[in-house]
Design a protein around this ligand. Structure first.
Ligand code: AVJ
Length: 336
């Protein structure tokens, strides 16, 4: 699908994959960026992760949204002053970073559609197939929503056309996707979002909070082994796309809690001393037994930290919603 509709983007992605893999596997310690997980198999495995009993994140955030969606929408639309003079009601236009599976998004879109009748929803994603799937699903499930897909890599640039003066934009960045970024990168990303918005616009940010280590580790090393398959699928992808000869049996999934950095790390650990060849990028690597490739960071924030990040990047934190256990937080930040 992607190949037919967007050949340039496919070619760009191939070049980008080759270049990040060459850099990451040559570096010490070796690492690969976590966006490489999301090929079609990886995206499917991630959907399965969100349903695992140990993976509390999706369930917890969905519950927060289910309870508070109407309040979140009303607040985004009505608080924070207005750039209008008259008393014409403000209409929201909802953008989302990452098209996701839109399962949680639906709760917010429904609440907004209830408030204002119809709604424009702009999912922003680098994957044309993810956007197509989101359009199809949302328009079928919520007829009051018009989907306006935006094909771009929001980690590189965010370019949204200016909302009309009777509209206010609400950007969704939920699912603790921001947790994949180092703190300085997360700040840059929020600054970029801020720069794409107008005064009065808002950002709804979902973040996973710190909790006991055993709960965190179980969420990233589930009993059914789905997360292990998700992690190892990265090697399958390199075998396919870069002609590599990774032996999947010779690597193990590792999830580690890095307390100093307050993040879960995922690694792929070489079980034995071995050589791997990646002829497409002219690379030949020797792994020592126990040597790791760092494949993901998933930051876990302290209470108040997300609000501090919003303040530091040009937003005013207005409200935070959380669950009874205080495991996950959804924060509304306003552009002043
Ligand atoms: C999609 C980045 C929120 O960090 O929890 C799930 C990805 N990695 N299991 C996360 C993931 C391993 C997930 N995010």
């Amino acid at each position: 699908m992607t190949t037919i509709a967007f050949p340039q983007i496919t070619a760009q992605t191939e070049l980008r994959v080759a270049s990040v893999v060459r850099d990451g596997l040559s570096a010490r310690p070796r690492s690969l960026p976590s966006w490489l997980f999301y090929d079609p198999t990886g995206s499917h495995l991630f959907e399965r992760i969100t349903e695992l009993p140990e993976y509390y994140l999706t369930r917890t955030e969905r519950e927060i949204l289910a309870v508070n969606a109407a309040e979140m929408i009303n607040q985004a639309a009505e608080q924070g002053g207005s750039r209008l003079n008259g008393n014409e009601p403000i209409r929201l236009r909802i953008a989302e970073l990452g098209a996701g599976s839109a399962d949680k998004t639906r709760l917010l879109l429904q609440a907004a559609a209830r408030r204002q009748g119809t709604l424009i929803y702009e999912p922003v994603d680098v994957s044309a197939s993810a956007l197509e799937a989101a359009c199809e699903r949302i328009e079928r499930e919520i007829p009051a929503v018009v989907v306006a897909p935006r094909l771009m890599d929001y980690t590189q640039a965010l370019d949204l056309e200016q909302a009309s003066c009777s509209e206010r934009r609400l950007v969704l960045y939920i699912g603790s996707s921001i947790g994949n970024f180092e703190l300085h990168e997360a700040n840059q990303l929020l600054q970029r979002v801020r720069a794409a918005l107008q005064p009065g616009d808002a950002l709804l940010l979902g973040v996973d909070l710190r909790k006991d280590e055993s709960t965190l580790l179980a969420a990233y090393d589930d009993a059914a082994g789905v997360t292990a398959r998700f992690n190892l699928n990265l090697l399958t992808r390199l075998n396919r796309e870069l002609d590599a000869d990774f032996d999947l049996e010779a690597f193990s999934h590792r999830a580690v809690w890095n307390h100093a950095k307050s993040r879960i790390e995922m690694h792929l650990e070489s079980r034995t001393a071995q050589r791997v060849q990646l002829p497409a990028i002219d690379l030949d690597i020797s792994f020592k037994a126990g040597e790791r490739i760092h494949t993901e960071n998933s930051y876990k924030y302290a209470p108040g930290q997300a609000e501090a990040m919003l303040s530091a990047t040009g937003f005013t934190p207005e409200s935070t919603w959380t669950d009874a256990r205080g495991w996950f937080a959804v924060c509304l930040g306003r552009v002043g």
